[in-house]
Design a protein around this ligand. Structure first.
Ligand code: SAH
Ligand code: SF4
Length: 422
């Protein structure tokens, strides 16, 4: 009820204004700091200028390469410095409120983030880990809620919006590694099931490359990453740094609904793989599905894609296309889509619509999705359909947190789980 009312009220708006700011906790975490910021933190506890760079590199290594969760683990750092740091800082990641493990090995963490005003309810976002035979993908959130109001997306109906900090974004990758025991030379904490050792069959066969479980990151959780540009950029540069977490830029994908000016910035300043939430081939329909299209129409969006640096047949842009019954799923749409993307090194990712209570769309019939997929495949595009994963824990990439809202059992059942499986 509330959901549909909110949706109706939002219809016609391109975006809403963010209501919340981030207020730093009294004792800030070092997680999410760059080398330069770590050097500043060291300066603040009295480390002389001549030592800062070297010490910052040491802490960087403990933090991002070894996943230290407490200053006492930093054995190569003097006791005095550890104590001085512990006095002013923490190594905190976002608080985990709940962890759910699916029979297929998918894991979902519900995270609590501080809200703007003391006494107000904290925010919650989710982060999902999807193990497959050759990779393990972590779906990460960039905002609490979203200022945009895509008509098929549950996140877009949420009133409260605040940007995540770089620490809260990097922290999602770190807590996934913590819980999976995925730091080199560090076992999983007590109580955490080890993905490779005790997990479900799929998890047991999970990524072997370098022995790592989290091999890929997708910015496809809550929020529009290009509306939180600086924090997402700073966080992803830390995640990609090969002296730390070390997930290569080729294995990080940023999904955007089409914030055109920031696409070029993403290319220049971040350089990760790009996914575009296209969902429609005509401006009239896209204006309705993705209202931001009124600001940045399809032609401008595709021009920005053509200019994205480094595109080759091996490095393509992913175009996401949610399958909405009777809305955008005809063969004529498929033909127009192929025509539209001509000349852009592209992959097409068909996403079965994931319904939520109050949503006004239905998922296309399976035969129609297959027909659509076959057409784009025959036109030369790989067109994987995201297969549902983690159904039993309702891990839904792209519209996270819905399952934690108060829903009836039937509504819960209606929330179909799916994930990015490219
Ligand atoms: N804001 C960004 C990234 C988060 S959404 C964006 O829009 O790209 C990640 C993907 O999930 C997007 O392609 C989004 O359009 C899609 N999505 C959102 N709600 C969905 C739903 N109910 N069913 C299927 N896909 C959905
Ligand atoms: Fe925001 Fe993406 Fe949802 Fe649109 S689809 S409302 S941009 S999270």
């Amino acid at each position: 009820m509330t959901t549909s009312l909110t949706t109706d009220r939002l219809a016609g708006f391109v975006e809403k204004a963010p209501l919340e700011r981030y207020v730093a906790p009294e004792k800030p975490s070092l997680v999410g700091l760059s080398r330069a910021e770590l050097a500043d933190a060291l300066a603040s506890v009295g480390v002389p200028a001549s030592q800062r760079k070297m010490r910052a590199q040491q802490i960087w290594n403990w933090l991002y390469a070894r996943g230290a969760t407490g200053f006492e683990q930093m054995t190569s750092v003097s006791k005095e410095l550890r104590a001085a740091l512990a006095e002013k800082f923490t190594l905190g990641r976002p608080d985990i409120v709940a962890e759910q493990v699916s029979v297929d090995g998918t894991r979902k963490w519900l995270l609590r983030l501080p809200s703007e005003n003391p006494g107000e309810r904290p925010h919650e976002v989710e982060c999902v880990y999807i193990p497959e035979t050759d990779r393990g993908t972590l779906c990460v959130s960039s905002q609490v809620g979203c200022t945009l109001t895509c008509s098929f997306c549950h996140t877009g109906t949420q009133r409260l919006v605040r940007n995540l900090t770089p620490g809260e974004i990097v922290g999602q990758v770190m807590l996934a590694r913590d819980r999976l025991g995925d730091w080199s030379g560090r076992p999983a904490p007590q109580g955490a099931q080890q993905g490779a050792a005790q997990g479900a069959p799929e998890a047991a066969g999970a990524p072997k490359e370098g022995g790592r479980l989290v091999t890929n990151v997708v910015m496809m959780g809550m929020g529009e990453p290009l509306y939180n540009f600086e924090a997402v950029r700073d966080a992803l540069l830390i995640v990609a740094d090969n002296e730390g977490i070390g997930i290569s830029k080729r294995r990080i994908t940023l999904s955007t609904s089409g914030v055109v000016p920031n696409i070029a910035r993403a290319g220049a300043e971040i350089g990760v793989m790009l996914a575009i939430s296209l969902h429609a081939v005509r401006d009239e329909l896209r204006n309705e599905l993705v209202p931001l299209n009124r600001k940045y129409p399809i032609k401008e969006l595709l021009d920005a894609c053509r200019n994205y640096p480094g595109l080759t047949n091996a490095k393509r842009i992913t175009f996401e296309y949610v399958m909405l019954k009777g809305v955008n799923d005809s063969l004529a749409d498929a033909k127009a889509l192929v025509k539209l993307l001509k000349g852009i090194p592209a992959k097409i990712n068909l996403i079965p619509f994931n319904p939520w209570p109050g949503s006004r769309y239905e998922c296309s019939d399976w035969e129609q999705i297959e027909k659509f997929s076959e057409y784009v495949f025959n036109a030369g595009y790989s067109s994987p359909v995201r297969t549902p994963r983690g159904r039993d824990i309702l891990a839904a990439c792209g519209q996270l947190k819905s399952a934690t809202e108060k829903l009836s059992a039937r509504e819960r059942m209606a929330l179909r789980a799916m994930a990015m499986t490219d």
